[in-house]
Design a protein around this ligand. Structure first.
Ligand SMILES: C[S@@+](CC[C@H](N)C(=O)[O-])C[C@H]1O[C@@H](n2cnc3c(N)ncnc32)[C@H](O)[C@@H]1O
Ligand SMILES: [Zn+2]
Length: 290
């Protein structure tokens, strides 16, 4: 029988995930129940066979399957694997690598999706302690299948199942974010890197879907009292997307829901789509409780 997957050993119980029912640490009793994380109040959560925990309680869900659908996740995984966004992932890896702590740090990806950016970070260093959270179980399941030595959890970025001051860097790439929750789990002085769309992002696609260009609104940090903006980086490139990658690009974005069936058929038949990609990376420092 194959050995059950467990998360790597942690130095302190406060590095464990928090029980969503009572807030105590969830720990593993490796001998009696090798796949079950439980708190001392007796709440328990089984590790999925792919190697992730689902801590999203039914009463905290707004729908049966919140977050991105299986289809969106598969399309995003295929599209990101083409390397069209490699300028973004390389910049993210460089930012972490050139930070004061380098790769010797704990990093969480909030709204990690299928784990593309965590994978690039893992490829860059075996030393990073990586965490990934997403509200979509399809996303976290795909991320877990990568077997990239990351602690992965299904939960909301508005209710992060971690204790205070646990994380050195949080990244949020095109995902919803709570500034309060993020500030709580980051160490004072910790870094938040938010990636959002620039005004010209995917203009080649939006020109087809909309009569007039509607820029992607992104997910702004709703209050920045906890964070001090250190730097804004901008990435602008022109890419040429071919064949089935075009429909994957549409399906992985919210534009899919705004496109008409005939536009989807047209994009499916299109051989090549020239478009601009445009990102802003905002780097914040957590002020902590001053
Ligand atoms: C546009 S996708 C970006 C995914 C990934 N960061 C990437 O760039 O490949 C947004 C992600 O946020 C997730 N999401 C939506 N609401 C969330 C929430 N409240 N908490 C955590 N994740 C959420 C979705 O399931 C989806 O995976
Ligand atoms: Zn509990």
């Amino acid at each position: 029988m194959s050995k059950a997957f467990t998360y790597p050993a942690l130095r302190s119980t406060r590095d464990n995930f928090k029980c969503p029912s009572c807030g105590l640490a969830l720990t593993l009793n490796a001998e009696s129940q090798p796949k079950t994380y439980s708190c001392t109040n007796g709440h328990s959560f089984d590790m999925a066979k792919e190697g992730y925990l689902n801590l999203l309680l039914a009463q905290h869900k707004r729908s049966r399957n919140p977050g991105d659908s299986d289809d969106m996740i598969r399309s995003r995984q295929r599209f990101l694997a083409t390397g069209h966004y490699s300028s973004l992932s390389e910049t993210l890896v460089d930012l972490v690598s050139n930070s004061t702590m380098g790769f010797d740090q704990t990093l969480i990806d909030l709204g990690c999706g299928e784990g593309h950016y965590l994978q690039q970070l893992r490829n860059a260093s075996p030393d990073l302690k990586l965490l990934g959270l997403d509200i979509s179980k399809f996303a976290v399941r795909s991320a877990a299948k990568r077997k990239m030595d990351a602690r992965l959890v299904v939960d909301s970025a508005f209710n992060i199942p971690l204790f205070e001051n646990r994380v050195d860097t949080a990244i949020s790439v095109f995902s919803p974010i709570s500034s309060e929750e993020t500030a709580r789990i980051l160490k004072p002085g910790g870094t938040l890197i938010m990636v959002g769309p620039g005004e010209e992002h995917l203009s080649g696609l939006t020109e087809i879907i909309y009569d007039k260009t509607v820029p992607h609104a992104g997910n702004p940090l709703e209050a920045t009292a906890q964070f001090a903006l250190q730097e804004t980086l901008e990435i602008k490139r022109d890419i040429s997307v071919e064949g089935s990658d075009i429909l994957d690009l549409l399906t992985m974005t919210p534009y899919y829901w705004h496109s008409r069936p005939e536009q989807q058929v047209m994009l499916e038949k299109l051989k090549k789509l020239e478009t601009r990609i445009h990102f802003y990376l905002k780097i914040y420092k957590n002020k902590g409780s001053e």
